[in-house]
Design a protein around this ligand. Structure first.
Ligand SMILES: C[S@@+](CC[C@H](N)C(=O)[O-])C[C@H]1O[C@@H](n2cnc3c(N)ncnc32)[C@H](O)[C@@H]1O
Length: 321
């Protein structure tokens, strides 16, 4: 389809999005290149009728559409062409993705393609492998780059636990900050492989940085039995976790008290736990935790490029034991 066949209001939206993204890019690229940060967000549904999210990955663009029933197939490619034109990005570096919300989140983890092509991008002095093509998630959640820095600053000499680690970017920061050991847990085999590649890429010693492929609660049970103990932890679960039969096995709204209780049970006195969720209407129930202090620190963990009026990308708590 030629752009001239596309409804005028889509073309107008394309121009609006292109203008917005161009301005943001100029501002953010200056700021982030000083810090050697190559992954950042350019747009997140800031204009109500333009239901898109646009991320910069060191010369690649990942553009998502927040899907709904009325979505039409030509809209997202149109936005892709508009943004790519504004930032002078060639078509082969533009990656378009449909994003489904809520329980349909399960679709996030489905494969979109099979290129297996990962690129190496910097976040400060660390490098991460990113796959802009094959999944909705690319391997690096940039909204937590400030939280990663907090972990690094606390990590020296500590035993660090990263539960639901995905590609282990938090663990790489902890290792860089001088953690005595790290344990990273995820049930996904491909996430654990990817985490291993990130460790190797950053020249980290795989004998002190352990990767465990298992279900979070199985790990917690075993670690409690073996009296494993940690001084620093990150728990960043999905909102829902399904079994092979697609039953919801874990629901953050329902299950976070027992999850956090089990994690706190593995922590030494004086330990710090960062707990985060992307759930959009999360109501914390942390009163029963055996913790000295529970503080929501979301205002300090959301970076400038994720400060959207429309939604809070994540919420984060610091739990002191
Ligand atoms: C939101 S991501 C975590 C992001 C990660 N903290 C980071 O900073 O990159 C959720 C991860 O939880 C994993 N996961 C889902 N259900 C799980 C379970 N029951 N046990 C362990 N890991 C699980 C997924 O494979 C996915 O990698």
């Amino acid at each position: 389809m030629n752009d001239s066949d596309i409804p005028e209001h889509f073309q107008r939206q394309g121009r609006m999005l292109a203008n917005r993204v161009k301005k943001r890019f100029k501002h953010l690229r200056n700021r982030f290149s000083r810090q050697n940060i190559e992954v950042f967000r350019l747009y997140d549904w800031d204009i109500p009728e333009i239901r898109a999210v646009v991320d910069w990955y060191g010369g690649h663009l990942v553009i998502g559409e927040y899907m709904r029933r009325q979505s039409v197939p030509e809209w997202l490619p149109m936005m892709g062409r508009a943004v790519a034109g504004a930032l002078d990005v060639p078509a082969e570096k533009v990656h378009l993705k449909q994003r489904w919300a809520g329980r349909q989140d399960g679709r996030r983890y489905e494969r979109l393609d099979h290129t297996d092509r990962k690129i190496v991008l910097f976040e400060r002095d660390l490098r991460f492998l990113v796959n802009p093509t094959d999944y909705v998630d690319t391997g690096l959640f940039a909204d937590h780059r400030e939280t990663r820095q907090m972990v690094r600053e606390l990590a020296a000499g500590k035993d660090f636990l990263n539960l639901y680690c995905y590609t282990a970017s938090f663990s790489c920061y902890a290792a860089k900050g001088g953690a005595r050991s790290t344990v990273s847990v995820d049930r996904s085999d491909s996430a654990i492989q990817w985490a291993r590649e990130n460790f190797v890429l950053n020249a980290m010693d795989l004998t002190t940085h352990r990767l465990v492929q298992t279900h979070a609660f199985d790990f917690l049970k075993k670690a409690a039995r073996e009296r494993q103990r940690f001084d620093l932890a990150v728990v960043d679960p999905p909102s829902y976790s399904t079994t092979k039969t697609r039953n919801v096995a874990f629901d953050i709204a329902r299950d976070h008290p027992r999850l956090l209780k089990a994690v706190v049970g593995l922590l030494r006195p004086g330990a710090t736990l960062f707990f985060s969720t992307n759930h959009q209407s999360f109501e914390p129930r942390m009163d029963g935790l055996a913790a000295a202090d529970v503080t929501e620190i979301t205002a300090g963990t959301i970076p400038e490029d994720y400060a959207s009026k429309r939604k809070t990308i994540h919420r984060c708590w610091r739990i002191a034991v």
